[in-house]
Write a protein that binds this ligand. Structure first.
Ligand SMILES: Nc1ncnc2c1ncn2[C@@H]1O[C@H](COP(=O)(O)OP(=O)(O)OP(=O)(O)O)[C@@H](O)[C@H]1O
Ligand SMILES: [Mg+2]
Length: 122
C-alpha cells in the first residue's frame, strides 16, 4: 500500500484500542482485503469486536469530537472522546471513508476504505 503511514497507523491504532477498551470478554479481529473499482484499488480494513456495542441513537454521534456515550463524572472508560473524530477526518483527508455498524451488547464493526495508492485519488 502506498499511503500516509502516520495517518494509517493512527487510524488502525485508534480502532483497535477502542475495540480492546470496550470488549471485556470476547474477540477482536482485524481484516484487510482489496477490491478494484474503476481501475482504483481500494483496501478495506475491518475492525470487529464482540464488546459492549452501541445503540442506533449512540451511533449517530460516534464521530463527533469529545463525544463519549458515557460522559458522567464516574464514567468507567478513559479517553478524551477525540479518537474517532480524528480517525474520520484522516480517512476523508486521504480520500477514503469510514462507516460503522453496531448493536448493544453484541459488538461493533468499523469499516475503513482507503485507496491502495493515495496518489491515484488525491
Ligand atoms: N468499539 C467500540 N465499542 C463500543 N463503543 C465504542 C467503540 N468505539 C467507540 N465507542 C464509543 O464512542 C465513543 C467515542 O470514541 P473515541 O475513540 O472517539 O473516544 P474515546 O475512546 O472515548 O477517547 P480517545 O479515543 O480520545 O482516547 C467512546 O467513548 C465510546 O462511547
Ligand atoms: Mg478512542
Amino acid at each position: 500500500m502506498y499511503s500516509d503511514r502516520d495517518k494509517l497507523h493512527l487510524i488502525l491504532f485508534s480502532l483497535l484500542s477502542n475495540a480492546g477498551k470496550f470488549t471485556h470478554e470476547g474477540y477482536i479481529t482485524l481484516d484487510a482485503a482489496q477490491t478494484s473499482v474503476n481501475n482504483v484499488v481500494w483496501v478495506t480494513f475491518t475492525v470487529t469486536d464482540t464488546g459492549i456495542g452501541m445503540s442506533a441513537e449512540e451511533l449517530k454521534h460516534v464521530f463527533q469530537p469529545f463525544r463519549q456515550l458515557d460522559d458522567s463524572s464516574t464514567r468507567q472508560y478513559e479517553g478524551a472522546g477525540l479518537g474517532l473524530a480524528l480517525v474520520q477526518s484522516y480517512c476523508e483527508a486521504m480520500g477514503g471513508h469510514i462507516s460503522v455498524e453496531s448493536k448493544p451488547r453484541k459488538g461493533s464493526t468499523f469499516i475503513v476504505q482507503l485507496s491502495r495508492d493515495i496518489l491515484q485519488i488525491i
